[in-house]
Write a protein that binds this ligand. Structure first.
Ligand code: ADP
Ligand code: GLC
Length: 486
């Protein structure tokens, strides 16, 4: 079976968050299930730089008014088709915003082009290439199912995966005339959303199947609190909506081989882990003491509950903890952590920016990672943490609740606990969880057992890749009649 994955990010070519990790890891695991997955991605500067060659499979004179080449290549273990359209994608900054932080005003066109090319590829744009399913990720790919539904080949199958329902790709109705969709697409059964155009809603409406990245988030987004206006749509098609839990690339994230660690280790050699903690303490200029070292590796945003964490930093330090933060995002949060590090020298430090290698060392050296999200479709950092013996302290929400088992007395006695779980959106609950984590840390036998159990949890893609493979098979009728929901 041949699937075209349509994504605005794919690791290691371009990454701003977990979507890239997922799009980057899925193809290899799907391969073991007899599925070939190619990824269609925009030719941002970092993608073009890593491409180094490839084959031009199509030239387009008029891709929304600009010229473009489609380049097929195998790069970093991935089969990709890159849209080389400098007028749309050759820009500084990240894929979505300019260096000064503003959304590019033509984002609608940049990502309509992504969806349009995807649909054309499925309809035979390149001779000899006939993917049977378009698997579209997040709003940036959300128009592809509409181009299929309202085009000449509505029989082609599409899957829409929601990684974050908060980003809807909403634009004013003015753009509709330029989308190359027929007039009837501007309706409730198409791209129309509250009088404008929503790319995410379009995908959710027009795709044959909708998935999201954890079972719990699939339930949450059917409610007004988390559905953010799209719960009605989801409830209306409930039998074709499913949550499939993300996994992680267990080769790239393996503490026994990770080149970014100061010291490699395994569940059987946990005491070696201390060398990574010392490396972190030194890197961040912290005091050396025997208290627990907490870390954060995150976008610094309200979604991630970082304002809640700022409220309890004093308490964390009073309890004998230290905190290292790696992240960037909203300036009031970046400033907040900088202020806390000035108030608590030797105890709190922030590394502002994006640093893949440092994120590995933090998972391998910190004692615990704090993830106080208000909503979290899946979350990957708690999965990396589990694999690296870094105890996750997470809010009971979304995929966090699906993947971490709270260290309550029953779970500790039953030897199943893997972390500390607390009620979301409460700084008091977060503080209590940190206090509980500090106490657990000082019971070194219980702590080691917690770490080891985490390291043994299955965070791989194995089970979930099989579910995607079953889903493709069931919607195309190509392989089996397995029901992905069972
Ligand atoms: P989201 O996609 O909502 O940001 P996830 O937990 O799914 O959250 O994925 C975040 C990904 O980005 C993880 O791979 C995490 O390690 C990485 N990440 C986040 N912030 C940074 C940073 N400042 N430096 C390096 N990696 C980061
Ligand atoms: C989004 C979500 C995150 C999820 C990631 C990958 O960025 O915020 O929870 O893990 O996508 O699916």
């Amino acid at each position: 079976m041949e699937i075209l994955s349509v994504a605005s990010e794919v690791y290691p070519l371009i990454k701003t968050g977990g979507l890239a990790d997922v799009a980057g890891a899925l193809p290899a695991t799907l391969h073991t299930h007899g599925v070939t997955m190619r990824t269609l991605v925009p030719g941002y500067p970092s993608v073009m730089a890593k491409l180094g060659g490839g084959r031009v499979v199509k030239e387009l004179d008029d891709l929304f008014g600009v010229s473009a080449k489609l380049i097929a290549a195998r790069v970093e273990g991935l089969d990709v088709i890159v849209i080389d359209a400098p007028a749309l994608y050759d820009r500084p900054g990240n894929p979505y915003v300019s260096p000064d932080g503003w959304d590019w005003p033509d984002n609608w066109k940049r990502f309509a082009a992504l969806g349009w090319v995807a649909a054309e590829l499925a309809m035979g744009l390149v001779e000899g290439y006939n993917p049977q399913v378009l698997h579209c990720h997040d709003w940036q790919a959300g128009l592809a199912p509409a181009y299929i539904k309202f085009g000449p080949r509505p029989d082609i199958k599409t899957v829409m995966t929601i990684h974050n329902i908060a980003f809807k790709g909403f634009f004013s109705a003015d753009i509709f005339g330029q989308l190359r969709l027929p007039p009837q697409a501007f309706q409730v059964g198409g791209v129309e959303y509250y009088g404008g155009v929503s790319f995410l809603k379009s995908g959710m409406e027009c795709a044959d199947f909708v998935t999201t990245v954890s079972p719990n988030y699939a339930d949450e987004i059917r409610t007004p609190e988390f559905g953010m206006g799209l719960e009605g749509l989801l409830n209306g098609r409930a039998d074709t909506v499913v949550g499939i839990l993300n996994g992680i690339d267990t080769t790239a994230w393996d503490p026994t081989t990770d080149p970014d660690l100061a010291q490699k280790f395994s569940a059987n050699t946990l005491n070696l882990r201390q060398a990574n903690k010392l490396a972190l303490v030194e890197k961040f200029g912290l005091d050396g003491d025997d208290g627990p070292l907490f870390c954060v590796v995150s976008r610094l945003t309200d979604q991630k509950g970082m304002d809640l964490l700022l409220q309890v930093v004093d308490g964390l330090v009073d309890l004998g903890g230290r905190l290292v933060v790696l992240g960037s995002g909203e300036s009031y949060l970046e400033d907040g952590f900088r202020r806390q590090s000035a108030l608590h020298p030797g105890k709190v430090a922030i590394a502002n920016g994006y640093n893949e290698a440092l994120s590995h060392l933090m998972q391998g050296g910190a004692d615990a990672i704090v993830i106080p999200s208000r909503f979290e479709p899946c979350g990957l950092t708690q999965l990396y943490a589990l694999r690296y013996g870094c105890v996750p302290v997470v809010s009971r929400i979304g995929g966090l609740a699906d993947t971490v088992i709270n260290a309550n007395p029953a779970a500790m006695a039953a030897e199943v606990a893997t972390g500390v779980v607390f009620e979301s959106n409460s700084s008091q609950a977060l503080y209590d969880a940190i206090r509980k984590t500090v106490a657990l840390y000082h019971d070194s036998k219980a702590w080691k057992r917690l770490q080891r159990r985490g390291m043994k949890s299955d965070v791989s893609w194995d089970a979930s890749a099989a579910r995607y493979a079953d889903l493709y098979a069931s919607i195309t009728g190509l392989k089996s009649d397995d029901d992905p929901d069972r």
